[in-house]
Design a binder for this molecule. Structure first.
Ligand SMILES: CC(=O)N[C@H]1[C@@H](OP(=O)(O)OP(=O)(O)OC[C@H]2O[C@@H](n3ccc(=O)[nH]c3=O)[C@H](O)[C@@H]2O)O[C@H](CO)[C@@H](O)[C@@H]1O[C@H](C)C(=O)N[C@@H](C)C(=O)N[C@H](CCC(=O)O)C(=O)O
Ligand SMILES: Nc1ncnc2c1ncn2[C@@H]1O[C@H](COP(=O)(O)OP(=O)(O)OP(=O)(O)O)[C@@H](O)[C@H]1O
Length: 484
């Protein structure tokens, strides 16, 4: 791209050296720089990209965008704020791709992956093409690639939208974390529909207060912007106390959904089965009998959110209801493990108090014997939620308290924090997750319902800084083979 074109209108303090005529790429990581790249220095919390500008030049960078003048051979553009400069440059370099696509953002404490995946799969079942970025990776219309974060850094985000657009995909779904919003990783993304699932205790090691956490999530709704000529909408959960505040953050249409009261989309006569859920969907286009393979109360809410989001972009409710029957559960979210043993095993990703409560309550309607529940928490992360998680786990008849990526924290430190919240004596503390799963399966009796929570789709345990292979379901099936 012509460098003059790239930096035209960029707010800059000064330029040193001669501007290269063209640049071949835009990067923020010196390790990715190749000949002819423009390198934008970004400050992290632990390291500062300005310290890698020299490395970037060695690797071929011809232009450095920096907040301070550096002792370097390459041309430098000095800006006041390099994060804002990056938002401008990435949007310009990739030709504002989000403006030419239908972009959906899904935020909330729980349900982001589930709702994003539902929107993505519904579009595809109805003949459209869609890309999805989130915890599970970057899914380019069925081609899954790895990504490091739920919400990727700003440059990766723009690259993903550009890649999807280049491949003729016209829909892009983002799972949006509060970290990503606060750090401006989505600056420049022109969202069409912003969806809110719910807000409850999580990530207080990062946000410190629920007020700040709630504010952070709200940034997505203000990011719908003020251009009322575009068909945009906020899809908000009427059952959550943040509904009103988020509605106030946007002048665009608000579409409500609820499991508890009349809303634009709401559920009546819900029936929970071990492998299906049925309800009557009340919608602006009338009432529909809805059937889904997704399980649990929270998935009723998630399906309502996804249907409302697509309705906002003109999809017919009847088509969505029909397509939903075929959509499979997201990997590791109340996923039934096939077994011939006379009991039910679910793998779930619940790792907040609210999600744990909902996971256990969702199997209660078809409980015949006991509910056995295994939960761990990560080491060196939000410790304040641990007792609250165990308090909710106490809803189960028998609980195993363990770890979920202990990192550098001792097993004992994690399980003793959890133990503080237990409300009955039917539990065991076993730090090693593999042993914990084994122990729980040794207790299992016919007709029990077993839930392994916290790991979901993940197939590893992080101990210190190493990932070890781990699968709750494989261990459970091994014990079943020995015992049943
Ligand atoms: C370990 C850690 O705390 N990392 C945070 C920290 O990064 P950092 O200090 O290591 O700096 P960096 O951003 O890696 O590096 C700064 C710059 O130097 C550059 N660099 C670095 C090294 C090098 O050799 N060359 C080089 O050019 C980097 O490319 C970057 O441009 O500061 C950055 C802010 O500028 C954060 O974005 C980053 O969060 C990382 C990405 C992270 O994983 N954060 C987690 C908490 C997170 O965001 N999680 C949410 C999930 C939430 C949920 O579960 O719902 C998510 O969205 O994934
Ligand atoms: N709408 C919901 N309300 C409460 N709990 C939910 C909801 N949807 C899912 N859950 C629970 O939260 C767990 C994680 O679901 P999901 O991955 O969809 O959420 P998430 O917001 O993407 O979480 P993360 O960002 O940690 O991946 C599920 O396994 C389930 O236990």
């Amino acid at each position: 791209m012509k460098t003059n074109e790239l930096i035209k209108d960029l707010s800059l303090i000064k330029q040193t050296g001669t501007l290269p005529e063209d640049i071949t790429a835009l990067e923020i990581d010196s390790r990715a720089v190749t000949d002819g790249t423009a390198f934008v220095c970004q400050k992290g919390y632990t390291v500062d990209g300005h310290d890698f500008a020299g490395q970037a030049v060695k690797n071929g960078a011809k232009l450095i965008i920096t907040e301070k003048e550096l002792e370097l051979e390459a041309c430098q553009i000095i800006v006041k704020d390099s994060a804002r400069a990056l938002a401008f440059l990435a949007d310009r370099f990739y030709g504002s791709p989000s403006e030419k696509m239908n972009v959906f953002g899904v935020t909330g404490t729980n349900g982001k992956t589930s709702v994003s995946n539902l929107i993505h799969e519904l579009i595809r079942k109805l003949g459209g093409r869609s890309a999805l970025s989130g915890t599970i990776g970057f899914d380019l219309d069925g081609d899954l690639r790895q990504s490091a974060n739920t919400t990727s850094d700003l440059l990766t985000t723009q690259k993903m939208i550009h890649t999807a657009k280049e491949q003729g995909i016209s829909n892009m779904i983002f799972e949006v974390s509060s970290h990503g919003l606060v750090e401006g990783r989505l600056w420049g993304v022109d969202f069409d529909v912003a969806v809110f699932t719910n807000l409850s205790h999580d990530h207080l090691d990062y946000h410190h207060t629920m007020e700040h956490y709630g504010y952070a999530k709200g940034l997505l709704f203000s990011q719908l912007g003020q251009d009322l000529t575009k068909q945009k909408a906020a899809v908000l959960n009427l059952d959550d106390e943040w509904f009103e505040r988020y509605a106030q953050m946007t002048p665009h249409e608000v579409i409500s959904y609820s499991m508890e009261k009349p809303a634009d989309f709401y559920a009546e006569d819900i029936q929970y089965m071990a492998d299906r859920t049925y309800y009557k969907l009340m919608s602006p286009e009338g009432a529909f009998d809805l059937e889904t393979q997704l399980l649990g109360t929270f998935n009723v809410s998630n399906t309502l959110a996804a249907i409302a989001a697509l309705y906002a972009k003109g999809y017919r409710v009847s088509d969505l209801v029909e397509a939903l029957k075929e959509v499979a559960p997201v990997s590791g979210r109340m996923q039934l493990v096939p077994t011939s043993a006379p009991l039910s095993i679910y793998i779930d990703y619940a790792h907040t108090p609210d999600a744990i409560e909902k996971a256990i309550k969702s199997v209660m309607p078809f409980k015949k014997n006991r509910i056995l529940f295994l939960i761990g928490t990560g080491g060196n992360r939000d410790k304040s939620k641990r007792p609250a998680m165990a308090k909710m786990a106490s809803l189960a008849d028998y609980v195993v308290l363990t770890t979920d990526d202990p990192r550098y924290e001792s097993y004992e430190s994690i399980t003793s924090d959890l133990e503080k919240g237990m409300e009955h004596k039917g539990y065991a503390c076993i730090g090693d997750r593999g042993e914990a799963v084994r122990h729980l399966m040794q207790q299992a009796e016919p007709d029990d319902i077993i839930i392994f929570a916290g790991k979901g789709h993940e197939d590893y345990q992080i101990i210190e800084n190493t990932k070890y292979p781990h699968s709750d379901s494989n261990i459970a099936l091994e014990v079943i083979a020995e015992r049943f």
